[in-house]
Every structure is written in structure tokens, then in C-alpha cells.
Design a protein around this ligand. Structure first.
Ligand code: FAD
Length: 577
């Protein structure tokens, strides 16, 4: 079956729906999503969204936000894109307020703002109150508000359709092929403009804060269509995942004053970031936690975690501003954080890299920024790059919302000029063949076993600290896992809600782009932001102040290229907090 729309957006998180709101002002827009829209991972975001509203710190300003974002990115962020992000942030927030987002309030009734890691006043002197929030349900309220607005604006949703193929002919995108999860069967979505907003891929790791659906599908579909991915070696590990589960305990807790303590009850961040302490950027705090554990100062019988202590914040304030943290601890960790410190460990959280795009959300396919006509991307699946080597907390909801809006506007501007180019004779051929191969597999390997081996080994060999030796080992493990993947067996042969096939497809995607994460990390012989090599502990601006581009051909060969970083006002400096 073929559906025709002016615009097809894959993904109903904040980026996809914010873009849909813009594009649908002038065009017929369809949003394809493998989950029901309000189940998108954006809804799990807790702590806040950044903007210099000056509601708490009157001396905050947009330039401080830019500086913090550039420094936080370890100077790999593109400064033109960062300028756009920080300049647009206040307007973007007020727009969401006017759409109906119920933000928490200051006593005078303004949008409340709190502290978050790496956000500061006067270039690092003191922590800034810059995160707008709705208790610790910020993503949830934004997502529901955007969904309501999309319905009001008659955006067409195709829920529980999984994109499984991208149709690109001669650098012109013509739409996608999607699998109808509910009924089974392939559909073609033919469009003038196609946009990816498919979110992140934390599920590649064992301990992760990400939802089950965060499997990086959009990235893999671009790779398979011959397009490159950017900066895939940069994966953010959040400092405070609930011990053993990885469930996120928002940085909002530290923004409200929570301490990190080691097994000796020391506030160990004094040693690593004496000024901002627990509110240093995530890459630093995560490394500090790992260092404490590796040097034997962890907590518990195995000394394999540390504590997050929120007791001094008090029951009343906790109930008002971080209630979800308490309920997550009670329900999933069996601890009451009002009475006890919370056991935590680092958790794979965010992908800085992704589909390379221009500041306006247009997908590029080479080092010269050549454009794929009619293809766009925004949100966590895209690499603009506003986060560089390390994202600051609250800048991602902002990125998804601001760059979702920007990309939606680009599409609205382009749509008059774009034609509905003819599809190839059999646009589903490749996809049909691939799915047929997966669905009909009768080998001996179970998808779940390969998936566990992938997650465990990535955690072990490509985590917070990396080394050439470990990465080489992981490169070989991935080759072996890809070989085993060719021998899988699908038990469920029905068409309706066949999650076996979905999971097998997602595993294939993750195996393919994990090779880019690992080989990109192996190639980058320096430490920058979230990419920390024990054998190359220093940042190397002479050789590595550039973005990685990586392609993977059908035979699995990986090719690397690079792109310069856009530097405007801020020259790279040493990063101290
Ligand atoms: C627990 C948690 C807490 C967070 N807290 C914060 C915070 O406080 N502040 C902050 O700034 N950031 C936070 N983040 C990060 C931020 O929430 C995300 O980066 C951001 O919401 C991503 O939005 P998105 O629109 O790009 O993707 P998502 O919200 O992940 O949406 C992805 C969409 O793509 C669809 N999709 C994926 N693959 C396919 C496919 N093959 N076919 C069809 N549809 C597909 C899904 O159905 C979904 O609708 C948090 C993240 C997590 C995991």
C-alpha cells in the first residue's frame, strides 16, 4: 500500500512533533511512529529545559549559556549552531508556555528555574539557575502538550508503524518504507519531504536510562542508504542511574542540592571540580564516580557504586520539585531517599552523534556539506552539532524543541519548491528482501542472547573509560556477533504484533552502528568530552579538533572522513570547573 503526503516525519517525540506543528501550517503532514506518540522517550525526561529567562538569576545572559555549552562540549560543538540554540531558547520556552505547558512557578508566578550541571554565571564562577522545569516531569508535560497541539492542527498520525527502509535515489529522498506492527505488512510513504526524529540508542549498553525503543533505527536506515553518521564515538554516561537498574535519577536532584558521597562518606567531587562540585558537567562527574570505584572507595560490599544523598533537601521540597525521584527509588530500588542515601552508578544516557545536518536541519552526505534533497533530521538522532563531545543537562529538550521547530520551518519553506518525484519501480524491493530474510530465518541463534552479548560487551569495553586494547577486543566481538546474527531463528511466524521480528530488526541496526561507535573511538586517539581514552588521556586539538564522519557499505566496510568544527567567538581552552 502506498500513502502520499507532502511531509512524512518519522518519530513522535519532541523533535518530530514540534517540527510537525510548523510544517503543518502550510503542508499536509504525517507522523509515523513505532510507539503511541505519548510513549516516546521524551516523556521520560525529568529535570528541565534550558533558557536564560533570568527569572531567578537576574544577571544571567544568553552569552553565558553559549559559553557554557561550548565549554561543556569540550570545544567540539559548532558555535554557529550553539548561537542559534541559545538565542532562540527564551522564545521557544515562552511558546511552549503559551501552548499550555504547566511549568513550576517562582513565588511571584514566573516560570521557576533551577541549577543544572555545567550551567554557570560569569563564565564558570558560580552555578546558574537556568533550567525551566515542571517538577521532575518536564519531558512528560512538553510531550503531551505538543501531542494535543498536533491533534488540534490535524497532523495525521500513523502509530505503531515502524520505519524499516529509506528511499533515496541519486541524493534525492522520496520517502520511507514502514512495517505495520499491528497488522503486519509493508507500506510505502511517498513524500516531498522526509524527516527523521527517531531519538537515541542507549539500548546498545547494558546499564542505560533509555527506553526499550531507543535503538537508533533512524541512524541505521541512513547508513544503509549510503549516508554517513557524525561523531558516533561520543556517548554520554549520566552520573546518577539507580544502582543495577540504570533508571535515571535526574540531575535536577543535584540542581536542588543533592550530594555525591563515596564509600568513605566523602563528598569526593571536591577533588575533581572544586568550584561547581556535583554540578560539573556529566562527563567529568561520571569519570569521577568511576575513578572512586576503581580506586577502591566505592560503597557497598562490592564497592561498586556511590551514594546520591538528598536527605537534607527535606521531605516537603522533595515532594514539590523532585517527587518522581522518590517514587522511582521506592518502587525500583527499595530505598526511601528521605531516610537513606541512594545507591547509584553511571548509566548510558545520550548520543551526541547522529545524522549530520546543517543548522537548518538539512541532512548532508559528505565532508563538503552536500545536501540530500528532501531529507531532514532533528532531535537526538541528529548531529547539528550543538553538543559536541559532551551535552549539558537540559540542553537536549531544548535541542529537540528548538531544532525541531527550526527544521519544521525549513521544511515549510522548501515544500513549495519540492516536487513529488516518481518512485523507483519497486521501492520496497530491498526492504522486502531484508525483512523476508529476517522473518524466515531458521538458524540456531536467539536474538535475545545476541542482544545481551552486545549490551554486556559494549558496557565492558566501550564505556566511561576506553583503551585501544579494549576497543580492539570489542571490534572483534562485534564481528562475531554480526556473524551470529546471520544465524538467528524467528519462532513467531504470525503477522499481528510480531515483536520477534521488530526486535530482530532493531538488533541488526544496533550491531551495524555499534561498529561505528567502537571503530570511531579506536580511531580518535585523544580524550575529549565523553570520549575518554586511558592510553591517550589528553585532548589533542592539533589532530582531533574535528568532527568524524563515517560510512558503512553493504559489505560492512567502514570508511572515515572528517569535517572542521565551526569556531566563532570561543577558542579552545583548558576545561576546569
Ligand atoms: C530518562 C531520561 C531523562 C531525560 N531527562 C532530560 C532532561 O531533563 N532534560 C533534557 O534536556 N534532556 C533529557 N533527556 C534527553 C531527552 O529527553 C532526549 O534527548 C529527547 O527527548 C529526545 O527527543 P527526540 O524527539 O529526539 O526523540 P524521542 O523522544 O526519543 O522520540 C523518538 C520517536 O521516534 C520514534 N521511532 C524510533 N524509531 C522508529 C522507527 N523505526 N519507526 C517509526 N518511529 C520510530 C519513536 O516511536 C518515538 O516517537 C532525558 C532522557 C532520558 C532517557
Amino acid at each position: 500500500m502506498t500513502h502520499i503526503h507532502d511531509v512524512v516525519i518519522i518519530g513522535a517525540g519532541l523533535a518530530g512533533m514540534r517540527a510537525a506543528l510548523e510544517a503543518s501550517k502550510v503542508a499536509d503532514v504525517a507522523v509515523i511512529t513505532k510507539l503511541y506518540p505519548s510513549r516516546s522517550h521524551s516523556g521520560a525526561a525529568q529535570g528541565g529545559i534550558a533558557a536564560t529567562l533570568k527569572n531567578v538569576d537576574s544577571d544571567d545572559c544568553i552569552e553565558f549559556h553559549m559559553f557554557d555549552t561550548v565549554k561543556g562540549s569540550d570545544y567540539l560543538g559548532d558555535q554557529d549552531a550553539i548561537e542559534n540554540l541559545c538565542n532562540e531558547a527564551p522564545e521557544v520556552i515562552y511558546e511552549t508556555e503559551h501552548m499550555g505547558v504547566p511549568y513550576s512557578r517562582t513565588p511571584e508566578g514566573k516560570i521557576a528555574q533551577r541549577k543544572f550541571g555545567g550551567h554557570s554565571l560569569h563564565h564558570g564562577k558560580v552555578a546558574a539557575n537556568r533550567a525551566c522545569y515542571a517538577a521532575d516531569y518536564t519531558g512528560h508535560v512538553l510531550l503531551h502538550t505538543f501531542f494535543e497541539q498536533c491533534i488540534k492542527q490535524r497532523v495525521r498520525f500513523y502509530s505503531e508503524f515502524q520505519a524499516v527502509g529509506l528511499i533515496v535515489v541519486d541524493n534525492r529522498c522520496l520517502g520511507i518504507v514502514a512495517w505495520d506492527i499491528q497488522k503486519g505488512g509493508l507500506h510505502v510513504f511517498h513524500a516531498k519531504a522526509t524527516m527523521f526524529a527517531t531519538g537515541g540508542y542507549g539500548r546498545v549498553f547494558k546499564i542505560t536510562s533509555n527506553a526499550h525503543a531507543s535503538t537508533g533505527d533512524g541512524l541505521a536506515l541512513c547508513l544503509r542508504a549510503g549516508l554517513p553518521l557524525e561523531d558516533m564515538e561520543f556517548v554520554q554516561f549520566h552520573p546518577t542511574g539507580l544502582y543495577k537498574q540504570g533508571i535515571l535519577l535526574s540531575e535536577g536532584a543535584r540542581g536542588e542540592g543533592a550530594y555525591l558521597l563515596n564509600g568513605l562518606n566523602e563528598r569526593f567531587m571536591e577533588r575533581y571540580a572544586p568550584t561547581l562540585m556535583e554540578l560539573a558537567p556529566r562527563d567529568m562527574v561520571s569519570r569521577s564516580i568511576q575513578t572512586e570505584i576503581l580506586e577502591g572507595r566505592g560503597a557497598g560490599p562490592k564497592k561498586d557504586h556511590v551514594w546520591l544523598d538528598i536527605r537534607h533537601i527535606g521531605e516537603k521540597r522533595i515532594a514539590a520539585v523532585i517527587p518522581q525521584i522518590r517514587s522511582l527509588c521506592l518502587n525500583f530500588g527499595g530505598v526511601d531517599p528521605i531516610k537513606q542515601p541512594i545507591p547509584i552508578q553511571t548509566t548510558a544516557h545520550y548520543s551526541m552523534g547522529g545524522i549530520p545536518v546543517t543548522c537548518d536541519g538539512r541532512v548532508i552526505y559528505d565532508e563538503k556539506n552536500s545536501l540530500v534533497e528532501g531529507l531532514y533530521a532533528a532531535g537526538e538522532c541528529a548531529c547539528v552539532s550543538v553538543h559536541g563531545a559532551n551535552r549539558l543537562g537540559t540542553n537536549s529538550l531544548l535541542d529537540a524543541t528548538a531544532n525541531g521547530r527550526r527544521t519544521g520551518r525549513t521544511i515549510a519553506n522548501d515544500i513549495g519548491k519540492l516536487k513529488l518525484n516518481a518512485l523507483p519501480e519497486n521501492p520496497m524491493e530491498d526492504t522486502q528482501e531484508r525483512i523476508g530474510r529476517v522473518a524466515g530465518s531458521t538458524g540456531r541463534e536467539k536474538v535475545i542472547h545476541i542482544r545481551h552479548d552486545l549490551r554486556d560487551s559494549m558496557e565492558e569495553n566501550c564505556g566511561v573509560f576506553r583503551s585501544g586494547e579494549r576497543l580492539q577486543k570489542q571490534k572483534q566481538i562485534l564481528k562475531d556477533l554480526l556473524e551470529r546474527y546471520r544465524q538467528i531463528k524467528i519462532d513467531d511466524q504470525s503477522k499481528v504484533f510480531n515483536t520477534d521480528i521488530m526486535e530482530a530488526l532493531e538488533l541488526g541496526y544496533m550491531l551495524e552502528f555499534s561498529e561505528l561507535i567502537v571503530e570511531g573511538a579506536l580511531r580518535r586517539t585523544e580524550s575529549r568530552g565523553a570520549h575518554s581514552r586511558t592510553d591517550f588521556p589528553k585532548r589533542d586539538d592539533v589532530n582531533w579538533l574535528n568532527h568524524t564522519l563515517a560510512w558503512r557499505d553493504a559489505s560492512g566496510q567502514i570508511r572515515f572522513g572528517s569535517k572542521p568544527v565551526v569556531i566563532k567567538n570561543y577558542q579552545p581552552m583548558e576545561r576546569k570547573y
